[in-house]
Write a protein that binds this ligand. Sequence first.
Ligand code: ADP
Length: 523
Amino acid sequence: MLNICFVSTEVAPYSKTGGLGDVTEGLPEELAKMGHAVCTVAPRFDQYKDAWDTEILHPVKYGKETTKVRYFHSYKKGVDHIWVDHHVYLSKTPLVNKKLYGPRDAVDYTDNAERFAMLSQAAIEVPLLVPLGPYGRKGPMGENTIFVCNDWHTALLPLYLKEYYKSYGTFLNAKTVMLLHNIAFQGRFPLLKFEALNLPDKYLQDLSFTTQFAPPPLDETTTKPIVASEPMVMLNWLKAGFLHCDKALTVSPNFAREVTADAAGGVELDEVARAVKLTGITNGTKVETWNPQKDKYIPVNYDAETMASGKQSCKMALQIECGLKTDPDIPIFGFIGRLENQKGADVIIAAMPKLAQLNCQVVILGIGSPKLEEQLEAIADQYPFAKGVARFDPELAHFITAGADYCLMPSRFEPCGLNQLYAMMYGTIPVVAPVGGLVDTVPPQFGFWMEKIPMPKIPGVAVSEEMLARGVDAMIVGMKKALAEYGTPKFEQMRLACMGNDVSWKGPAAKYVEVFQGLMGCQ
Ligand code: ADP
């Protein structure tokens, strides 16, 4: 039996802005089912109803200030969820799923370095201090723990573990895994922030990173990135996490290949990712949450046998809900995701005049860039075949997944992607750009590919009009391929093949265990 501690800023359904939260919910639960001791450690962003106050306090550093965190605890589906309580988390997040990282889209809190450095320090103490199990009746996890650090926010954990524990003889057998969910976010900070991290100077080199560009200013005075004449040195937390962890993993094999291929794919961390042999394990899905037979958010439940009629009822209900023409013969494309260029949300909106010429309907659910949100809310007025909803709404996400015929994902890059997996479980056929995990998870028997959506080579550069137009054409060609099969025997076969495809966490969790066992020397 392994002791596994996931450290993350998101754990669904408590806190979630995207796939990270889904993974740190589903994977720990599957590992617990296999008999391993599993906990998650995340900020207490809200007053989670099922979490009790352990009354355990521990001193940590928030920048140069010594402060105390308090641990809250909930226990669900065999997994211990430990919540790190401090006012810098709770006071900023009056609503769950909102404002975890900044006051508005694409704007970070100025103390994110301090907030998340503190999270890692607080997390390392959990296996030593916090009793686990229902109501904390078991002892703490203990030192032989595998810490799974998720994304840049937790990338300093391996450094703190080495410096403040292993070098003093604690956690000698503990291992760290750096699990990457999105290479676009690396924890880049000005060098000045190094002071706030409470690490000795010897780590500065591994944390430093040379780049010639910074993203465009957030005040949108220009959409151009700042290209410096001389290379700038910045901190890069993810780089340090990769260099100091025992194993670097990401969420699909193809994304691992893309990140290690070149500077554009690795957003300038390709060399480091190659050096640490970044490896991919494809994500799974929590089949209890995404199951058309039991889903409480959809009007009619169905399984593979009743799929045709079940989906048709869901589709009609979706058309009514969205104010679209109710017609079972008009194919619906659904899109659910962050309204960011990564997801190709700009491409879908720009494609509206051309989509008007296809016989289809489009339903889009997402939040993100304020400009795209505004455009989205307005599309139904101009295009009666389309409906845009700018909300974070998990119930509607389920409804769209069941009611749509196709799941549209024109992503410019996609580490794994989860919506295509959910869609398949509902017999909704993915139409995807062949990038990242979409390549691994949508082979031809399960879906359709479009050409790749062009993407600027330099991170942060605005998408040009010409590039956007090429993206629109690529997506439309892909959608036409899918529409050509609509209602044919091949279409029916594909829907059934999708529903029969095992996208649960079972297979992926077994692969994680293999890696963990290798690290702990217990193969
Ligand atoms: P990413 O992590 O890059 O945002 P993923 O496809 O891995 O993308 O995961 C996105 C998750 O967030 C899915 O569970 C998806 O259903 C959910 N999601 C995204 N946007 C919304 C929204 N506006 N309302 C409800 N759920 C959403």
